[in-house]
Design a binder for this molecule. Structure first.
Ligand code: FES
Length: 109
């Protein structure tokens, strides 16, 4: 599957993340110090929009129950917290991403 344009790099300053629909796939794209990352934006726990949460370095935290994902690997690195329970969450799907000519491209294949 080819890379598809996600957004202009100018729309994603360092230290921010946004979600974008690419071919029907909800993708979170982040810029961490000039390095770009892309994972599926739907939280594997209960489908929260991870991009609406917090970005701390390469760690994105889901706003719904706080599950944390390392954007460099897609791995879940922190549990979802519901009431007093801590629940293990699956890893997020990570996608190849590149910047070219001032735009950011993601391969969601
Ligand atoms: S939906 Fe993301 S932590 Fe629950």
């Amino acid at each position: 599957m080819p890379f598809k344009k996600a957004m202009s790099a100018a729309d994603l300053p360092s230290g921010t993340m946004k979600h974008v629909n690419i071919g029907g796939v909800e993708v979170l794209v982040a810029n961490v110090g000039g390095a770009y990352y892309a994972i599926n934006n739907r939280c594997p726990h209960m489908g929260g929009s991870i991009a609406e949460g917090k970005l701390e370095g390469t760690i994105a935290r889901c706003p719904q129950h706080g599950a944390a994902f390392d954007l460099s690997t897609g791995k879940n690195v922190g549990p979802a917290k519901v009431a007093f329970m801590k629940l293990k969450v699956k890893d997020a799907v990570r996608y190849p991403v590149k910047a070219e000519g001032g735009d950011i491209f993601v391969d969601v294949a």
